[in-house]
Design a protein around this ligand. Structure first.
Ligand code: UDP
Ligand code: MG
Length: 312
């Protein structure tokens, strides 16, 4: 019998953990002809999430739990979950039921038809702030403009992938993983499936602006080196500007256009302008360097404190 693995990251999800488990396992049970496992990764929540999971796992050996020693972030949690999957096909889904688990059955049909990655595309997004919608849209525009591979927009981490694909993802050694980019990067036969993104079942978003910004920069930086090249462009542009300023001041000196303190404006403009350009350039470089530094330390991406129903 074929087996399906479902990976669910959870961070402070005590309000949704049980409902999520019920909805997902009901869906999986209704799929005859399949064995299943649900792997929940507790990403260092300090509320009752782990307690609830422990209780559920005591009466269901198909529920496996990995608990981190602290919060390592959504992408690390999913990465850890993927590493522990044993199924022929794997689904990644959020805990908050914004992504309907009922879609798994439809995805499975597409997988049976020979597709290797089935990514869920949001047709409508409910219950998300205007700010989030706009920033998300801008992000995908910038990302696709900058990177060499096409990363589908309106697509989160909700997707199904064949064992073959998961093995490739698991073998990638990079740290700051931007999974939805990597899933595009690996190739294979990919199809979208459209769905309506619901509101959160309960609780608040665990993606404050800071985490979103980190995810966005990880996405751009791990899939593009263009920002580095843009620095060069800005540099050339600012040199041209300063050259024009120079020409202007010489001409104005010769023809006496200007009786103001000669040079004051141009000096101020160029000082501020170059300071800006240089800081911008340094910031861009440091984003890359900090990631090189991260990778070179070779620290693990996460630390596991406890495993339930997993024996290795
Ligand atoms: N999550 C996590 N670690 C984090 C932040 C979020 O494991 O540091 C999980 C969270 O529990 C949820 C999923 O990632 O299952 C998506 O988070 P959320 O629904 O809060 O994000 P949003 O849908 O608002 O973008
Ligand atoms: Mg959510």
């Amino acid at each position: 019998m074929k087996k399906i693995s479902v990976v669910i990251p959870m961070y402070y999800e005590e309000d949704v953990a049980e409902e999520c488990y019920k909805r997902v396992s009901n869906c999986l049970k209704s799929l005859k002809d399949y064995n299943y496992e649900i792997i929940v990764v507790n990403d260092g929540s300090k509320d009752k999430t782990l307690e609830i999971l422990q209780k559920l796992a005591n009466s269901d050996i198909n529920l496996k739990v990995i608990s981190f020693s602290r919060n390592f972030g959504h992408q690390a949690a999913v990465t850890a979950g993927l590493k522990h999957t044993t199924g022929d096909v794997v689904v990644i889904i959020d805990a908050d039921l914004q992504d309907p688990p009922e879609l798994i059955a439809d995805m499975l049909k597409l997988w049976e038809d020979g597709n290797e990655v089935i990514y869920a595309k949001r047709k409508v997004r409910k219950g998300e702030s205007k700010f989030k919608l706009y920033t998300a849209k801008a992000f995908y525009k910038i990302l696709n403009g900058l990177s060499d591979i096409e990363i589908p927009k309106d697509t989160g981490d909700f997707r199904m992938a064949d064992r073959k694909v998961i093995d490739v993802i698991n073998s990638l050694p990079e740290h700051n993983k931007f999974l939805r980019g990597l899933f595009s990067w690996v190739g294979f036969k990919q199809v979208p499936i459209e769905y309506e993104r619901k509101e959160r079942y309960a609780g608040k978003t665990k993606y404050p602006f800071k985490k979103m910004f980190k995810l966005a920069t990880d996405g751009i930086i791990s899939f593009s080196t263009k920002p580095l090249k843009i620095i060069g462009g800005i540099g050339v542009f600012s040199i041209i500007i300063s050259f024009l300023v120079l020409v202007y001041s010489i001409l104005s000196y010769i023809f006496n256009w200007n009786e103001l303190m000669p040079g004051w404006t141009s000096i101020m403009v160029s000082i501020t302008f170059f300071a800006g350009v240089q800081l911008l350039a340094i910031w861009m470089m440091s984003e890359y360097i900090s990631r090189i530094y991260d990778e070179s330390k070779k620290r693990p991406q996460y630390v596991i404190d406890k495993k339930i129903n997993i024996d290795d």
